[in-house]
Ligand binder design. Structure first.
Ligand SMILES: [Zn+2]
Length: 280
């Protein structure tokens, strides 16, 4: 499943090909995604220009600048979510679509933004004009790589919380992007037992945890940049990248730091692997 690092890698990979480009054609081969593709997608995109791509949590945000004077400043933004199996790649005009290539956004430069999604849990939709009013974005916690996400934030938010620290960290209202793999790895790096009550983790240890989350996500984004180097058609897999992991998926194996056997437990309905030697 594409996680925040894959979405960020996608943003960086496709941006150079489509930013500033005028849309000349939109092809929807399969409109039935998780949310139906908007009926007015082609009508509003063709003739408009693509702005600077952004990302919020796992949503890719594609601003559309209308060049139609009649619409005035009716600039708007497309929200694209990759769901369970979606990927956005760059094709060239004339590249034949493969199975599950559902949407093409063709630009004047001859590059095509092509959406592929075998399971169709992803979607493309208009974002609310006021981002703060969009129900998909309004309640999200801070971006993990922003300054707003830090030990103080975690410490303040967790006081008197009895929920275990791992599900606490994975809560999208606490921080976005700390999925199961990244939460497990960050807790290992910070030496915190995933079962510990969130309200019983000290400020200093939350400082370490926030840094670990940033480190593990930044490493994944860097890794993704090398794994998914080529976003242009035909080369490279639209797959997702595997990082070198310390604990996730390694239960029963020795801890790379202390040699103790890594344990797997279930926390908040999710498998959790940790080191009983290093994490307290
Ligand atoms: Zn250990």
């Amino acid at each position: 499943m594409p996680e925040l690092p894959e979405v960020e890698t996608t943003r960086r990979g496709i941006a150079p090909y489509i930013e500033g480009q005028e849309v000349t054609e939109v092809l929807v081969r399969q409109p039935r995604l998780r949310v139906p593709v908007p009926d007015d997608l082609a009508e509003r995109l063709v003739g408009a220009r693509i702005g600077v791509l952004k990302r919020r949590a796992k949503y890719l945000q594609i601003p559309i600048q209308s060049t139609d004077a009649l619409e005035g400043d009716a600039n708007t933004t497309l929200l694209w979510h990759l769901g369970m199996s979606g990927s956005l790649r760059i094709a060239r005009v004339g590249d034949l679509p493969k199975k599950h290539d559902h949407v093409d956004v063709v630009t004047a430069s001859g590059y095509v933004l092509r959406y592929h999604d075998p399971r169709r849990f992803g979607f493309v939709d208009w974002q609310a004009t006021d981002e703060a009013q969009d129900k998909r974005l309004a309640h999200l916690g801070p971006e993990p790589l922003s300054d707003a996400f830090n030990g103080k934030w975690l410490y303040t938010l967790s006081r008197n919380k009895r929920v275990a620290v791992k599900p606490f960290l994975m809560d999208n209202q606490v921080v976005v992007g700390a999925g199961n793999i990244y939460a497990a790895e960050a807790l290992f790096m910070a030496g915190i037992d995933p079962r510990r009550a969130a309200g019983r983790v000290s400020h200093a240890r939350y400082d370490a945890l926030a840094l670990a989350v940033k480190e593990v996500l930044a490493a994944a984004i860097t890794q993704g940049g090398t794994t998914l180097r080529d976003f242009v058609s035909g080369q490279g897999e639209p797959g997702y990248f595997a990082q070198r992991l310390n604990v996730y998926g390694r239960h029963g194996q020795p801890c790379l730091r202390c040699g103790a056997e890594l344990r797997r437990i279930t926390l908040g309905q999710r498998a959790s692997v940790f080191c009983p030697g290093c994490q307290r």
